[in-house]
Design a protein around this ligand. Structure first.
Ligand code: 0X9
Ligand code: ZN
Length: 306
């Protein structure tokens, strides 16, 4: 059976998702939200209890693997998927529906297994010699081309020709907008994007340090996340990307915030030390255990506070 505590190539992740759908057809739905340049499927897994509820549950979005080389991110998503399904109504599914994209950038991820472990962007050819757009620079039209972006197609932070120039970002935007439309404005509270590395919880805005309107609530949730893993050695720092990492224009979290999702967090998973894209598989379980604790603490907090 599938070993959650090792890293897996793309085809094995796809098989894992299919097996979850096969084994839990009432709870799990795997859908293709788009196709990449190389023809891979961009697959989202929807996990919800189908038990007929009088009240609709709010939606939670989680994406992993937007940057190809950050292998701990998809591994964390798979751990979360497994936990959510196994816990069923005893876990967060009792009160929330989950939409999870385990591999945001399938072409890039596959390329890190076949050719270049340090690849970051997608794999769409841009010029004769340069390939790929940084998908986390390709979102927000308003700060497209803001800080930490490049218009050089050879750069690792190449933003693309315009916001949503890429099949992956378009697919994610459409999927998010569909969730918003179906669930309604107040029923899509939480959006989480998992990256590595650095052990950081980043709140809006990504493109600067100006305070967002709901800063107090964001900080309250940030605190809940920090507290949930405070007893561990693997603590996280909390703040804006601009303050504790670097400002970023065109990031997916800012786009989600602009669209009305009140709590978009970008999480930089462990480790903290340099060279952290290569993170031994022996760390996977602890990492998703911690994130599982965070997700549980956040969902309990959201329920207490409406
Ligand atoms: O540069 C990035 O996109 C992220 N760092 S990474 O090393 N994983 O590439 C930081 C994004 C921070 N901005 C957001 N809050 N989205
Ligand atoms: Zn990243």
């Amino acid at each position: 059976s599938f070993d959650l505590n090792i890293y897996h190539p793309l085809n094995e992740i796809e098989d894992f998702l299919q097996s979850k759908q096969r084994d839990h057809p009432a709870m799990v739905n795997v859908t293709t939200i788009g196709r990449t340049h190389n023809g891979q499927y961009i697959q989202m897994i929807t996990i919800k209890l189908t038990r007929e509820d009088i009240k609709m549950k709010p939606a939670i979005w989680i994406d992993c693997g937007i940057h190809a080389r950050e292998h701990i991110s998809p591994a964390t998503c798979l751990g979360l998927i497994d936990r959510l399904i196994n816990q069923g109504e005893k876990g967060p599914l009792e009160h929330f529906d989950f939409f999870i994209l385990p591999v945001f950038n399938p072409d890039g991820y596959a390329y890190t297994w076949s050719n270049d472990r340090m690849w970051r962007k997608n794999r769409r050819p841009i010029t004769r010699s340069c390939t790929g757009v940084d998908l986390n620079r390709n979102f927000v039209p308003t700060d497209f081309g803001g800080p930490s972006t490049s218009s050089n197609p050879c750069s690792n932070i190449y933003k693309g020709t315009k916001a949503f120039s890429e099949p992956e970002t378009r697919a994610v935007a459409v999927a998010n907008l569909q969730i918003m439309k179906k669930y309604g404005r107040d029923m899509f509270p939480l959006h989480m994007s998992f990256h590595s590395y650095g052990q950081m919880i980043l709140r809006p805005y990504s493109h600067g340090v100006m305070p967002p309107p709901n800063l107090r609530e964001l900080d309250a949730i940030g605190n809940v996340m920090l507290k949930s893993v405070a007893r561990s050695r693997y603590t996280y720092r909390y703040g804006t990307s601009a303050a504790i990492l670097y400002a970023v224009g065109g990031a997916s979290a800012d786009w989600a915030y602009h669209q009305g999702v009140p709590y978009p967090f970008t999480i930089e998973l462990p480790p903290q030390t340099s060279g952290g894209f290569i993170y031994p598989a022996s760390n996977i379980k602890r990492t998703y255990n911690h994130i599982w604790k965070m997700v549980n603490a956040m969902t309990r907090h959201l329920r207490r506070n409406g």
